[in-house]
Design a protein around this ligand. Structure first.
Ligand code: C2E
Ligand code: MG
Ligand code: MG
Length: 619
C-alpha cells in the first residue's frame, strides 16, 4: 500500500489505468509479486509462464506492454522477444526485460532484439511502476503520432483529391474559355450578316500582302473596293430585311466570280473589298472586275421581289510604295468614287492624280467651311421673262462664292462638296433668306414691275431634314414675303429619294401657297408617272435641250414634248438657257410660258438687276 502511495498513481491519466500488461516469467513468485504491484496501480495484468502461454494470451488480446523474463527454460526471453518482433501484429508492443542481477544479463542484446527497457530483480517497486508507466506513455505518444499521421495522410489524400478535382474543373473552364475566346476572335474578324471576313480581317490581310510585296519583287496583288449603287433606295423602298437578304445574295454571287484564294470581305454597309494575290498582269484584275459586273447584271430574287443592283468598283493595283495598308484601301475607295461619278455600274483604276484631286476636294471642303463662316457667299439673280408680255416677272437666286484669292467661284464647283459635308443646309437656307429679303426690297421699290417672283434652288439633301418646313416658315415670317411669290426649285432626285416623306413636305409647301418648280427637267432618270403625284407648278426645261434645238432636228421634238407635258398636267413651262433670238422665237411659237437665259441677262448682283429693271426692258 505504501508503494502505491509513493507512486504517481493519483496523477495517472485515466486511460492508462486500463492498460493491459502481460508478464511472462517462469517463476510463479515473480509473476505474483509483479502482477500484484501493477494491479494495485490499476493496470489490467495477465500472466504467462512460457512462450506458449504468452502467445495464446496475445492471440486473445494484444497487450499494451509486455514484461519479459530473460532466463527461462526451453525458449528464453531473447527468443520470445524476437518472435514477437517478427510478427506483424505484435511488433509494436513495447517489451521490458526482467532480469535477476546475478543472471548473465546482456543489456545490449536486450535492446538489439527489440526490448525498450529493462528492470532488474529484486524489484524496486517504484522503479517497476515508473519504467512501465514511461513505456506506456511512450507507446501512447507513438500511437497518438501514428493516429495524427494517419489523419494527416487522410487529409493530404482528401486535399489531393480536391486539388485534382479543382484542376479538372479549371481545365474544363480554361478549355471552354479558350473556345469562347476563339469564338470571340472569330466574330471579331467576321461579318455577322454575310459570314464574310470583316474590315479588320481585310486590313490585316492587306497588310500581309503589302509586306510581302516589299520583300518579293515579283509578287503582285490588287485591292478592289466595291460599293452598291443606290442601295439606299432598296432599303428605303423594300425594307431593311430585303436589303440584308440582298447583301447576303450579293456576297454569294461575288464569291462565284473569285477563286478560293482571293479574299472577299464585307467592309461595312453595302461595301465589299477584294484582295487578288499573285496576279500576273493587270488584265487579270480587269477581267475579275468585268466578271463581277457581269454576274451582278442578272437580277436577284429576294422573297417575291426581283431586284436589280449595280456595283461600282475601284481598283488599286497594289504597289510596295505604300506605307500603310489603309492607304491602299483609301485609294481603291477613291477610284470607286470615280467609277460612280463616271456613271456607276463600272470599274475604275486608281491613279495618283486622283489622290491629288481628293486632297483638293478636302481643301475645298475646309475652304468652304471657312467661307460660310466668313460670309464669303453672295447671291446673284437672273431674270425670268414672261413670254407672253416679254417683261421681267421674277428672278432665280443663284449662289456664288466670292473667294478672297481665287475670285468668283460658281456653284458647280462647290455645291456637291457642300452636299457631301452637310454645309448645304446652311447655304441653302441662307440663300433663301437673302433672296426673300431682296425680293422685299425690290417689291417696295416704286419703279419696279409688279408682282415679282423669286425662285430659289433647294438641294435634295434638305428634304432629308425634318425641320425644313419650320425653317421656311421662319424665313417667311422674318422677311414678311408673300409666300405666293416664292418658288422653290427642286430636282428629280428629290422625288425619287423618298416618296412618302417628300410628298408630305411638298403638300405642306403647297398649303402655304409656295410654288414648286421641277428644275433641269428631263435630265433625271425618273419616269413621268410620278409627275401626277406631286403638287408641282412648273417644269423647267433643262438648257441642254435648248442648246440642242438648233443643232439637231430630232431633239427639237423634246422641247415641245416637255411643254406639252407641262400644259397637259396644268403646269407652266420655263425654258432655261435661252441664248439666241432664234431660240426665243422657237419657244414662243411652242407656247412656252417663261424663259430665262443669257440672252436676257446673266445672273448679276442686286444693284445691276435693279438698274436693269429700271431700264424697263422688253423682249
Ligand atoms: P440651275 O438651277 O439649273 O441654274 C441655272 C444655271 O444655268 C445657272 O448656273 C445659270 O447661271 C445658268 N444659265 C442661265 N442661263 C444660261 C444660259 O443662257 N446659258 C448657259 N450656258 N447657262 C445659263 P449657275 O449659277 O452656275 O448654277 C449652276 C447650278 O448650281 C444651278 O443650276 C443649281 O442647280 C445650282 N445652284 C445654284 N445656286 C444654288 C443654291 O443656292 N442652292 C443650291 N442647292 N443649288 C444652287
Ligand atoms: Mg435652278
Ligand atoms: Mg436648271
Amino acid at each position: 500500500m505504501e508503494l502505491t502511495r509513493k507512486t504517481t498513481f493519483g496523477n495517472y491519466p485515466p486511460h492508462l489505468s486500463k492498460k493491459d500488461i502481460l508478464i511472462i516469467d517462469d517463476t510463479a513468485d515473480n509473476l505474483r509479486i509483479l502482477s500484484s504491484i501493477l494491479a494495485k496501480v490499476g493496470y489490467n495484468v495477465r500472466k504467462a509462464l512460457n512462450w506458449q502461454m504468452a502467445f495464446t494470451a496475445c492471440q486473445t488480446k494484444l497487450p499494451d506492454l509486455i514484461l519479459l523474463d530473460i532466463m527461462m527454460p526451453e525458449i528464453d526471453g531473447y527468443e520470445i522477444c524476437q518472435r514477437f518482433k517478427a510478427n506483424q501484429t505484435t511488433v509494436d508492443i513495447p517489451i521490458i526485460f526482467i532480469s535477476a542481477l546475478d543472471d548473465v544479463f546482456d543489456k545490449v542484446k536486450a535492446f538489439k532484439v527489440g526490448g525498450v527497457d529493462y528492470i532488474t530483480k529484486p524489484f524496486e517497486f517504484a522503479e517497476v511502476i515508473v519504467r512501465v508507466q514511461n513505456q506506456l506513455e511512450l507507446r501512447n505518444a507513438q500511437l497518438e503520432i501514428l493516429k495524427l499521421n494517419n489523419q494527416l495522410e487522410e487529409r493530404v489524400k482528401q486535399r489531393t483529391l480536391e486539388l485534382e478535382n479543382t484542376l479538372k474543373k479549371l481545365k474544363i473552364e480554361s478549355n471552354s474559355r479558350q473556345e469562347l475566346q476563339s469564338k470571340l476572335l472569330e466574330s471579331a474578324l467576321r461579318d455577322a450578316l454575310t459570314g464574310l471576313p470583316n474590315r479588320v480581317f481585310f486590313i490585316n490581310r492587306l497588310e500581309q500582302a503589302l509586306n510581302r510585296a516589299k520583300l518579293e519583287s515579283d509578287y503582285c496583288f490588287a485591292v478592289l473596293f466595291l460599293d452598291c449603287d443606290r442601295f439606299k433606295i432598296i432599303n428605303d423602298s423594300l425594307g431593311h430585311l430585303v436589303g440584308d437578304e440582298l447583301l447576303v445574295a450579293i456576297a454569294d454571287r461575288l464569291k462565284t466570280s473569285l477563286s478560293p484564294f482571293d479574299i472577299l470581305a464585307r467592309l461595312g454597309g453595302d461595301e465589299f473589298g477584294i484582295i487578288l494575290e499573285n496576279i500576273s498582269d493587270n488584265n487579270m484584275v480587269i477581267n475579275v472586275a468585268k466578271n463581277i459586273l457581269n454576274s451582278l447584271s442578272k437580277h436577284f430574287q429576294i422573297s417575291r421581289h426581283q431586284v436589280f443592283i449595280n456595283i461600282s468598283i475601284g481598283i488599286n493595283l497594289g504597289n510596295m510604295n505604300y506605307e500603310k495598308s489603309e492607304y491602299l484601301l483609301r485609294d481603291a475607295d477613291t477610284a470607286m468614287y470615280r467609277a460612280k461619278a463616271l456613271g456607276k455600274g463600272r470599274f475604275h483604276i486608281f491613279d495618283p492624280a486622283m489622290h491629288r484631286e481628293a486632297i483638293q476636294t478636302l481643301e475645298l471642303e475646309n475652304d468652304l467651311r471657312r467661307a460660310v463662316e466668313n460670309q464669303e457667299l453672295i447671291v446673284h439673280y437672273q431674270p425670268i421673262i414672261s413670254l407672253d408680255t416679254g417683261i421681267i416677272i421674277g428672278f432665280e437666286a443663284l449662289v456664288r462664292w466670292q473667294h478672297p484669292t481665287k475670285g468668283l467661284i460658281f456653284p458647280a464647283e462647290f455645291i456637291s462638296v457642300a452636299e457631301e459635308t452637310g454645309l448645304i443646309h446652311h447655304i441653302d437656307t441662307w440663300v433663301l433668306r437673302s433672296a426673300c429679303n431682296q425680293l422685299c426690297i425690290w417689291q417696295n421699290h416704286p419703279s419696279t414691275p409688279k408682282p415679282l417672283h423669286i425662285s430659289v434652288n433647294l438641294s435634295a439633301k434638305l428634304f432629308l431634314q425634318p425641320n425644313l418646313i419650320a425653317t421656311i416658315d421662319q424665313i417667311i415670317y422674318e422677311t414678311k414675303i408673300n409666300p405666293a411669290l416664292l418658288e422653290l426649285e427642286i430636282t428629280e432626285s428629290v422625288i425619287m429619294e423618298n416618296n412618302v416623306d417628300v410628298k408630305k413636305t411638298l403638300e405642306e409647301l403647297k398649303q402655304r401657297n409656295i410654288k414648286l418648280t421641277m428644275d433641269d427637267f428631263g435630265t433625271g432618270y425618273s419616269s413621268l408617272s410620278y409627275l401626277h403625284n406631286f403638287p408641282l407648278n412648273t417644269l423647267k426645261i433643262d438648257k441642254s435641250f435648248l442648246s440642242l434645238m438648233q443643232k439637231n432636228d430630232e431633239d427639237v421634238s423634246l422641247v415641245p414634248a416637255i411643254i406639252e407635258i407641262a400644259h397637259s398636267l396644268g403646269m407652266n413651262a420655263i425654258a432655261e438657257g435661252v441664248e439666241t433670238f432664234e431660240q426665243l422665237s422657237q419657244i414662243r411659237n411652242l407656247n412656252c410660258d417663261f424663259a430665262q437665259g443669257n440672252l436676257f441677262s446673266f445672273a448679276m448682283e442686286p444693284q445691276s438687276i435693279l438698274e436693269l429693271m429700271l431700264a424697263d426692258p422688253q423682249w
